[in-house]
Design a binder for this molecule. Structure first.
Ligand code: ZN
Length: 672
């Protein structure tokens, strides 16, 4: 499972951050924002700490990142039968065409190609709809012919690109249609939804407590003899050219692995790529989940099933990463002091845990993104996906610190904070402390908040029903809000001074009262649990503090702003609400939950909503973002041994994509 960034606000449990409002803590000349086209903003991320790794670690990462880039063609082909052919033709025109490159046709073709690269195919990475070319078919045909693209290939791909009725959606989930036949992704060939479902139904054994993930590593095909068969993705089957190269690179990486257990992980993965055996895959994920000691870790393989309308087939992806030791130290400090936080929390002592154990959430630094994690990526990953493996062997849950950081830093120049924060001193406050206290709030939420408190004996954990997740998120958020202002954090060295928390308080209230509304369509209520929780907390505190004017909504030059008049009083209100929410949870008070959520967390003031949407729209921000990878180079001595690995960040988006198409061209144009 992955957690992704929606529009501007982090969508996951972890992130209670105000939309784009986080800020800079130190001077930094790194260029996080890169080019923008269509609805996309390209960003860069910094691999902080790479230089101080040992040569052995750098070498390990070097081979793993090569393996990560080598699966790119697999994903293009998984996303659509003609994607590799279309990419090939477009790239030939992009690099070799001799005509007027300023012409509107060529400019439109450039944008189209950049979108195809971004989506690893001709359908939108998020909405799944097919791109509409902004150039004419006759221009394309003529340009492709002039650069030597084969006429049969041109005839083959033109209808796919230009006929809007063909291959409309990559993944179609519309009820009542044949989802397999109407989805353009390349996981099924010649089979109906019914045939595919029957095929896999027949494999299932309901009494097996350890079922493998049937279908995850193959295309299901009705062969010429009319029989439906799996064409497996292995080093001797479909995609063998790419998978053999990946296996070679994994073998080169193996001697540099950080411990013997990690070598065993690599061996199992190689065995799986070679045999395609799904029990081997489960064994591999069990070894991988247990291998938590090394600094460096990686995902490489068929992983997520969002691209298959039936949710069976896994797209290929890879990430190579290493632990962010500073951030992980922060979460460990909180975990070690978990009992102190529990004992001092403002809830009724009956609802506290007598013995509490903090969770050490791991924060990682991404070194490379590949396959279905590139360029559009996750900011949190929780694997493996098999239910029984998770239940019996656990899973790894990580947040990718340097990507979250890059999103935050890139948003700095967006004008968002300047537009919505009330005055320059508040902007300065958020700039100084925003990133730090935001991370800290997330850590408190994750490491302590969810684990704190207890139900009274006999209370059904599901008694809050549909309001359960909103109340649970509010509880964890409030735990974080209450403690981010605590002098204990200064004492533990987690916050620099007694004022830092104000940045988090301001952005939280601004987000909950106003700016998160940018994600809601006009006329709609708030539905999503995390958004309801933020609205609930912000509106409850606003209402309860009204008599004392703790938080104000101020009108200035026709615009609405949040003003916090008394930060200490706001902390007391967070404490009061935490106590009440914990009571609701501990007692299983369904009516109490319903009243709080419905009264404070659901409704939207239409006038304020319109104003916020207008102000947001004028900022003209791209709704989707993705990352350009860093470039790693192995420095070798005369014998060919690696003596150093360097990293740089200056490759242009199109140059990177063209280089990947050239150096990691692992599959033929047709894979039938
Ligand atoms: Zn949460």
């Amino acid at each position: 499972m992955k957690s992704i960034l929606h529009i501007m606000t982090l969508s996951i449990c972890m992130a209670a951050t105000a939309a784009g409002a986080s800020a800079q803590t130190k001077a930094d000349t790194f260029q996080y924002n890169d080019e923008r086209f269509a609805d996309l903003q390209m960003l860069r991320y910094k691999v902080e700490g790479f230089e101080s790794l040992t040569l052995r670690q750098k070498t390990f990462i070097y081979y793993l990142q090569e393996a990560a880039l080598t699966g790119r063609d697999i994903l293009f082909d998984q996303n659509g039968r003609y994607n590799l052919r279309i990419r090939h033709a477009l790239e030939r025109i992009y690099t070799d065409w001799q005509g007027d490159r300023q012409s509107s046709d060529f400019q439109a073709l450039s944008v189209y190609l950049k979108r195809v690269w971004f989506s690893n195919g001709i359908h939108h990475h998020y909405g799944c709809e097919k791109f509409v070319p902004g150039f004419s078919e006759s221009f394309f045909r003529e340009a492709a012919r002039s650069v030597g693209v084969a006429p049969t290939l041109i005839d083959e791909i033109c209808p796919v690109m230009f006929d809007p009725s063909l291959m409309q959606k990559r993944v179609n989930l519309a009820e009542g249609q044949d989802l397999v036949l109407t989805s353009a992704s390349n996981y099924y060939r010649g089979v109906t939804q019914q045939e595919a479902e029957d095929f896999y139904q027949a494999m299932k054994d309901p009494s097996d407590p350890h079922p493998v993930m049937f279908g995850m590593n193959s295309r299901l095909v009705k062969d010429a003899d009319g029989v439906v068969r799996e064409h497996r993705w292995t080093t001797t089957g479909l995609y063998h050219q790419a998978l053999s190269r990946i296996v070679n690179l994994l073998r080169l990486a193996r001697p540099y692995a950080e411990d013997a257990d990690q070598q065993a992980v690599i061996d199992k993965l190689v065995e799986f790529y070679t045999t395609g055996d799904l029990h081997t895959f489960d064994e591999y994920t069990i070894l991988w989940a247990a291998n938590t000691a090394p600094l460096i870790d990686f995902v490489n393989g068929f992983t997520e099933c969002y691209g298959d309308p039936l949710g069976l087939k896994c797209s290929w992806e890879s990430i190579v990463n290493f632990k962010d030791l500073d951030a992980t130290r922060r979460t460990e400090t909180l975990s070690q002091n978990a009992q102190w936080f529990e004992d001092h929390s403002p809830v009724d002592p009956r609802f506290r845990k007598e013995q509490v154990k903090g969770i050490s959430a791991k924060v990682i630094t991404a070194a490379i993104l590949g396959g279905d994690l590139y360029p559009s990526t996750a900011i949190g990953i929780n694997l493996p996906n098999s239910d029984w493996v998770r239940r019996e062997h656990g899973s790894k849950s990580v947040t990718i610190g340097n990507l979250t950081d890059a999103y935050n830093k890139a948003a700095r120049g967006s004008g968002f904070l300047e537009e919505f924060a009330i005055d320059p001193s508040t902007v300065a406050l958020v700039r100084q402390y925003g990133d730090l206290t935001d991370d800290l709030h997330t850590d408190l939420h994750e490491c302590l908040g969810h684990g704190s408190g207890r139900l009274l004996p006999g209370v059904d954990p599901d008694s809050l029903k549909a309001y359960g997740s909103t109340i649970e998120e509010a509880r964890a958020d409030l735990f974080g809000l209450y403690y981010v202002a605590d002098p204990k954090l200064v004492e533990l060295g987690l916050t620099p001074d007694a004022d830092a928390y104000k940045a988090q308080y301001y952005t939280y209230m601004m987000n909950g009262l106003m700016t998160q509304l940018v994600r809601i369509q006009p006329g709609n209520n708030i539905e999503e649990a995390h958004m309801r929780n933020r609205a609930l907390i912000a509106h409850w505190c606003y209402e309860q503090g009204r008599a004392d004017n703790v938080v104000e909504m101020v009108r200035r030059d026709g615009k609405t702003y949040v003003q916090i008049n008394d930060y200490a009083a706001l902390r007391r209100l967070f404490g009061l609400l935490l106590a009440e929410i914990q009571r609701v949870k501990s007692e299983g008070d369904y009516l109490g939950a319903q009243t709080l959520v419905e009264q404070y967390g659901v409704r939207v003031d239409p006038e304020l909503h319109r104003e916020v949407l207008d102000r947001y729209q004028r900022l003209d921000l791209a709704p989707y973002k993705g990352f350009i990878n860093p470039v790693y180079t192995a420095v070798r001595d005369q014998q060919g041994h690696i003596t150093d690995v360097t990293v740089r960040y200056d490759e242009a988006y199109d140059a990177q994509m063209l280089r990947y198409s050239r150096d990691y061209e692992t599959l033929p144009l047709v894979n039938d």
